[in-house]
Design a protein around this ligand. Structure first.
Ligand SMILES: [Zn+2]
Length: 772
């Protein structure tokens, strides 16, 4: 065995893993956008982009004239495709089960592409409204464009078997109310069906199928046939934990369980999310192509399937993940526990075999060394968490505006820095302890944590167990083989490399998908997955990396240098400027009864610009119940803004109670601010027995009314309240508009300071108390 041959093997093994990692990255990248002259039966982002420009040309929240214009465009486009669209008036409600309720009058656009012999409807869903201050080109202009271009391409082929129902929902950003109104009351939804929802929570990146209904095996199987499947059962588990919602939620929450379905979104470039910068120019048309190519294929697949069967949950949730070559690997959920247990047993067997030998390649492998190896292998995982928190802290220290963001505008430098931190901690752990504990004990310890995590995840989030269990199993089997079969240096290296290859293929895409999913603000998630990858690679490091202090320092130092350089690059390439402003949040609240007014901000620590308005922390939740707990506030000049008006239309006794019928109107001179429509009117009261808003019964947990009606027109909306007879009712009424410009004392934002993408940005509140 010459040293040259040994080096060549090491190099080949390292290159093999690098190529594999590159292929794994490539497997979750969006495809190239097709131009406008692509074949007619294909999805073309080039063609679809015209819709994006029409939808995202103006800020168009629910209830505004701009939203009506977008709706008209969709109707016209559908008619041009030879379809028969209908604008359906409904009243949607969210929070049916909670203490808060949110209600909106909605206008969904619905069009059916009739099937030849339908076995049940397939609903393709996207929302056409934007968030309050956002152009909504991506969110959800991308979804609208995807649906329209899909419908066009479908018209070029043979008719499908099932009815495809295109649902362009209203008021998603307000309260998911369009989708709820559709699921609740549209006759086309009465018998349920399969729902495919398309969303965007950013401006770029792969279109990830990130949410499914329960019992997803059959639908995941259907999805696996799309050309660019990107999804992981781990993503489904993570999303179930997060408090986010889309139009998919009202379908999933259907009390009769009539719907099954899939939900996809692209989520990178999240700095634009809900922000004024969510414009057509910012859209990655590759992401749009990814959405569309998959949607078209899925529509064809579901359109010819037995929709009745797919609308019933499967017995199992599938475990699934992307593999290189556009493959979505999947296996039934009932295999999760057997695989997790098999991994644990295999690592256990490896540990016993190694301990029995007492020595592996000149290193002592006593039970004590193995125990310490296992205990110490928690360090790379813990280090990844601590490192990610430290990184975010440093980022906020250098550029405080980051504190209000999920991810910076241009996050890649910082992402590489985080990987550098994980690599530094990992190599320092391994090379630092190698002399005393031995590489074999550390490698077995690393696999041990993967096996333990595989079992823990099987219990907590079964869809994520594969991420730890399969690499542990492969690593342990490879380890056992090196002890019994592959004894030569070359054979040993090849076997250990192949064992780690499984983990590389499984974990690299998840690191990549987790970066945007949770942002660097929650960088611990991708960092931990990267640390799992490091554990997977520990046996490779043990057999490939030569011993010696200088070489060890070289590797650790190299990783640290990558981290530091990437961090510096991250700061240099991502300054706040006109195109990439620092997000700030400011609201204005006027009590019309007392004339007192406040500037309010729920920023964590007010930015320099915000700080000129707010100077104290106050609890304003009594007069303005939309503010939870303490907020930053400062005195403001009272503006001449109308308070909402409550008229009692009827008051009837009903046994021990009285029933009040009220009409709530915005007040003369509203809309407040510049958005062109009132955002909502909120009503709060105690001691209410039951209530309806615009005809929908709303919950009153413990007698507390907490309801909101979005975008009331000049005629307002009707509320009925049943209250105990003989007691006055104190009703707090707050109207919410948007747009701070023109308010007394408001100072324009300088270049480089922008409006944060949030539902409370630029909020203008006028409150009044009414005793009835
Ligand atoms: Zn959206």
């Amino acid at each position: 065995m010459t040293q040259t041959r040994s080096r060549a093997t090491s190099l080949a093994c390292s290159l093999f893993l690098l190529v594999l990692a590159a292929l794994a990255v490539w497997s979750v990248l969006p495809p190239s956008p097709r131009s406008a002259d692509a074949a007619a039966d294909e999805f073309s982002a080039g063609r679809a982009f015209a819709t994006v420009e029409a939808v995202g040309g103006e800020v168009h929240p629910h209830g505004t004239a701009a939203a009506a214009a977008v709706r008209d465009t969709i109707v016209a486009d559908l008619e041009e495709l030879g379809l028969d669209p209908e604008v359906t008036d409904g009243v949607g409600m969210s929070g049916r089960l909670g203490d808060q309720s949110r209600v909106a009058a909605t206008k969904n656009v619905v069009a059916t592409i009739p099937g030849t012999d339908s076995t049940g409807p397939v609903f393709l869903v996207a929302h056409y409204d934007s968030a309050e201050v956002s152009h909504g080109a991506n969110d959800d202009g991308a979804g609208v464009a995807t649906l329209l271009e899909t419908a066009r391409a479908l018209g070029e082929g043979e008719p499908l078997r099932n009815d495809l129902v295109l649902v362009f929902t209203d008021a998603e950003e307000a309260c998911l109310c369009g989708a709820e109104a559709f699921a609740h009351a549209d006759p086309r939804a009465a018998d349920g069906g399969v729902v495919v929802n398309v969303e965007a929570r950013g401006s770029s990146g792969p279109a990830i199928m990130f949410e499914t209904s329960d019992g997803n095996a059959a639908l995941v199987d259907a999805y696996s046939h799309v050309p660019y499947p990107v999804g992981s059962s781990m993503a489904v588990e993570v999303y179930r934990i997060l408090p986010n919602d889309t139009d998919f939620s009202p379908f999933l929450d259907d009390p009769e369980g009539r719907f099954t379905g899939l939900n996809s979104a692209y989520i990178d470039g999240s700095a634009t999310y809900h922000a004024p910068q969510d414009t057509p120019e910012r859209m990655s048309t590759a992401s749009l192509q990814h959405h569309g190519a998959n949607m078209l294929a899925l529509a064809r697949e579901l359109g010819d399937a037995d929709a009745a069967t797919l609308a019933t949950p499967s017995a199992d949730d599938a475990t699934y993940f992307p593999l290189p070559g556009g493959v979505l690997a999947r296996y039934p959920g009932r295999l999760v526990w057997p695989l997790a247990v098999a991994a644990l047993l295999a690592v256990g067997a490896l540990a016993v075999a190694v301990a029995r030998r007492r020595e592996v390649r000149g290193e002592r492998t006593t039970a004590g060394a193995l125990a310490l190896g296992f205990a110490s292998a928690l360090l790379p995982l813990a280090g990844a968490v601590v490192g990610s928190i430290a990184l975010w802290w440093v980022m906020g220290l250098v550029r405080p505006g980051y504190d209000e963001m999920l991810d910076p505008w241009r996050p890649w430098g910082f992402r590489v820095a985080l990987l550098g931190i994980v690599a530094t901690v990992w190599t320092a752990w391994f090379l630092g302890l190698r002399r005393s504990l031995g590489g074999a004990a550390l490698a077995v310890g690393a696999l041990g944590w993967l096996a333990v995590l595989g079992v823990v995840l099987a219990a907590v989030t079964p869809g994520g167990s594969y991420l730890a269990a399969l690499p542990a199993l492969a690593g342990a089997v490879a380890g056992l083989l090196t002890l019994r079969v592959a004894r030569g240096v070359v054979g040993r290296r090849v076997v250990v490399t192949l064992g780690a290859a499984v983990g590389v293929v499984l974990l690299v895409p998840i690191v990549l998908l987790f970066f945007p999913a949770l942002g660097l603000a929650t960088g611990a998630a991708p960092a931990v997955v990267a640390a799992l990858l490091a554990l997977v690679l520990t046996p490779v490091l043990a057999v490939l990396w030569p011993r010696g202090r200088r070489r060890a320092l070289g590797l650790v130092g190299g990783c640290a240098a990558v981290g530091v350089v990437a961090l510096v690059v991250g700061f240099v390439v991502d300054p706040f400027d006109a195109e990439h402003p620092e997000p700030t949040r400011l609201a204005y609240a006027l009590d019309a009864d007392t004339g007192s007014a406040h500037w309010v901000s729920d920023e964590g620590a007010p930015s320099d610009w915000t700080a000129q308005f707010v100077d104290t922390e106050t609890d304003l939740s009594e007069p303005f119940p939309m503010f939870d707990g303490e907020v930053h506030a400062g005195d403001a000049e009272a503006a001449d803004l109308p308070a909402p008006v409550v008229d009692v239309e009827d008051a009837e006794p009903a046994g021990d109670a009285r029933v009040l019928t009220l009409r709530v109107t915005p007040g003369e001179g509203a809309p407040i601010g510049t958005a062109g429509a009132l955002r909502y009117v909120q009503l709060n009261a105690a001691g209410v027995e039951s209530a309806t808003v615009a005809g929908r019964e709303v919950p009153v947990g413990g007698g507390a009314l907490d309801t909101r009606f979005y975008a009331p027109g000049d005629d307002g909306f009707e509320v009925t309240l049943t209250v105990p007879a003989g007691q006055p009712l104190d009703l707090r009424v707050v109207a919410a508009g948007g747009g701070l410009e023109g308010l007394p004392g408001f100072v324009e934002r300088p270049t480089g300071v922008g409006v944060a993408g949030s539902h409370t940005s630029e909020l203008v509140l006028v409150g009044t108390s009414v005793s009835l």
